[in-house]
Design a protein around this ligand. Structure first.
Ligand code: NAD
Length: 486
């Protein structure tokens, strides 16, 4: 009997993730196919094959790929609106993220060839060449709150260094970032969609040699364990519970207070480096509160992300809204006061809208202070002296960002050294304090590794050495006294 024809194995029907607009419950924004372990394997093997050619491309040409992707991003129609509809972030916010991401790609392109260049010393001790070697295939597992920039912070340097990349975006905002990644040449960056199961298949794949993760602690623990089984190193950007310390000479002008308010409520507070605990001198507490409420009236408009004037959109999901409301209810039950902030210009039942809220009169052990709220609520807390403020600011396992506000810059920089934080802002906090050249990342349980800056580029290479000790070079004198004997 003739053998049946051997065609390619039929693809199993794929399941899909359907993304709904968090500002309009029931409105479907798009869908993406879920990658199972077999698909992840094919994609990683493709990326592995592609990397062998890509790593041989000269560094300047690799950098040009980043520049071209940045230009194409700038010209991509409708991308900010797509990001706004899937994430609930105000349209201006989304456009800002895209512009910043393009700027980052251009910056990385301008720096990468020099940062990754070979280094050589040839002196009395011998000849030493240091080579920056790409890892191979990089897996990037990314969150939903700023999906484009948080993905390109990994993809940009990884590609510039000569790696190829497989990205697993968050199922809560997979659409805009996928469109952006399609702007890179085929084969260099690939996308697999899904949740934890897809992420695990990717992170634990034996042909992946570097994992870059941004997200929460629970996923981080699992990803760390999965990567450890195949001895793959990770870089992790995790949550924060950033303190803000206003010193007694802090500027409470409208402009400064508007900046402070937006540092907490941009992206409805769902930012790892949002200003999450405000410490003010007790002697100025009432003054700070009044200035803060006035600033909130000027800056906060809860509304539809696509409508002009909206500065705060919905939170990402019904679960997130319930969690944030429970934090506020708990604070009130503990005797605290919850003050609704800014204007509400939307039917809050239409989406996952939570009114921005200032909480006062709670102790530091209330969950609204002690936990990362990741939503539009922030506590204002009095302190009596600076040593106490530092100690309270440094309480807890997280150490991502912090800020100090003072009219005296020297005093602010001296104070900043006392924070247990990877990044301290002076007289600002959150996005307005970010700089492409300044490395960003956490200490303590807020993660390890850095993004931005030369340090962020160096996360995607390993330094390899070639060494000819002087003693053994042609004509050398052999091993002398003081050498390390065999
Ligand atoms: P998350 O940890 O739930 O998910 C992040 C990504 O990991 C998603 O793609 C998700 O599908 C994937 N994932 C989840 N479990 C996994 C597992 N077991 N194995 C493999 N992949 C898995 O985070 P989120 O809700 O998307 O984002 C919110 C968190 O991210 C907050 O804690 C926030 O502070 C943090 N964050 C940190 C930074 C930073 O730069 N430090 C930036 C943004 C967000």
């Amino acid at each position: 009997m003739a053998a049946p024809p051997q065609g390619p194995a039929p693809e199993r029907p794929q399941s899909h993730i359907v993304r709904e607009n968090p500002a309009r419950i029931g409105e479907i924004v798009g869908r993406v196919p879920v990658a199972d372990a077999a698909r992840v394997d094919r994609v990683v093997r493709d990326a592995e094959a592609g990397q062998r050619d890509w790593r041989e491309v000269p560094a300047e040409e690799r950098a040009d790929v980043l520049r071209r992707a940045a230009d194409a991003m700038d010209a991509l129609p409708g991308i900010a609106a797509l990001l706004a509809r899937e994430s609930g972030k105000p349209l201006g916010d989304c456009a800002g993220e895209l512009r910043f991401a393009a700027a980052y790609l251009r910056w990385a392109a301008s720096q990468a060839p020099a940062v990754y260049a070979d280094r050589e010393v040839d002196d009395a001790a011998g000849r030493l060449v240091l080579r920056r070697r790409p890892y191979g295939v990089v897996a990037a597992v990314t969150p939903w709150n700023a999906p484009v920039i948080l993905t390109l912070l990994k993809v940009g340097p990884a590609l510039a260094a000569g790696n190829t990349v497989v990205v697993k975006p968050s199922p809560l905002a997979p659409l805009a970032v996928t469109r952006v990644l399609e702007l890179f040449p085929p084969g260099l960056v690939q996308v697999v969609h899904g949740g934890a199961e897809t992420g695990r298949a990717l992170v634990g794949h034996p042909a992946v040699h570097r994992v870059a993760f941004t997200g929460g602690a629970e996923a981080a623990r699992d990803i760390g364990a999965t990567a450890a089984r195949v001895i793959t190193p990770t870089v992790m950007e995790l949550g924060g519970n950033d303190p803000v310390v206003l010193l007694d000479d802090a500027d409470l002008s409208d402009e400064a207070m508007d900046r402070l308010v937006m540092a907490s409520f941009a992206t409805a507070g769902q930012v790892c480096m949002a200003a999450k605990r405000l410490y003010a001198p007790r002697s100025r507490l009432a003054e700070v509160r009044d200035a803060y409420l006035a600033a909130a009236d000027r800056t906060l408009v809860l509304g539809d992300p696509l409508e002009e004037g909206t500065t705060v959109g919905p939170v990402i999901s019904a679960g997130a809204a319930a969690r944030v409301r429970a934090l506020v209810a708990d604070a009130v039950q503990r005797g605290g006061t919850a003050i609704g902030l800014g204007a509400v210009r939307v039917d809050v039942e239409r989406g996952h809208f939570v009114r921005p809220t200032l909480v006062m009169g709670v102790a530091d052990d209330a969950p609204v202070v002690a936990e990362e709220q990741f939503g539009p609520v922030v506590p204002l807390l009095p302190y009596d002296d600076e040593d106490e403020a530092v100690a309270r600011a440094n309480t807890g396992e997280l150490g991502l960002g912090a800020s100090v506000w003072s009219a005296d810059e020297e005093r602010a920089f001296a104070f900043a050294r006392r924070f247990e934080a990877g990044f301290t802002f002076v007289n600002t906090h959150n996005r307005t304090g970010m700089a492409l050249r300044a490395p960003f990342g956490g200490v303590k349980r807020s993660g390890h590794g850095r993004e931005y800056g030369a340090e962020g580029l160096l996360e995607y290479v390993q330094t390899c050495a070639v060494h000819a000790p002087a003693a053994f070079r042609p004509g050398g004198a052999g091993m002398g006294a003081g050498a390390y004997p065999l």
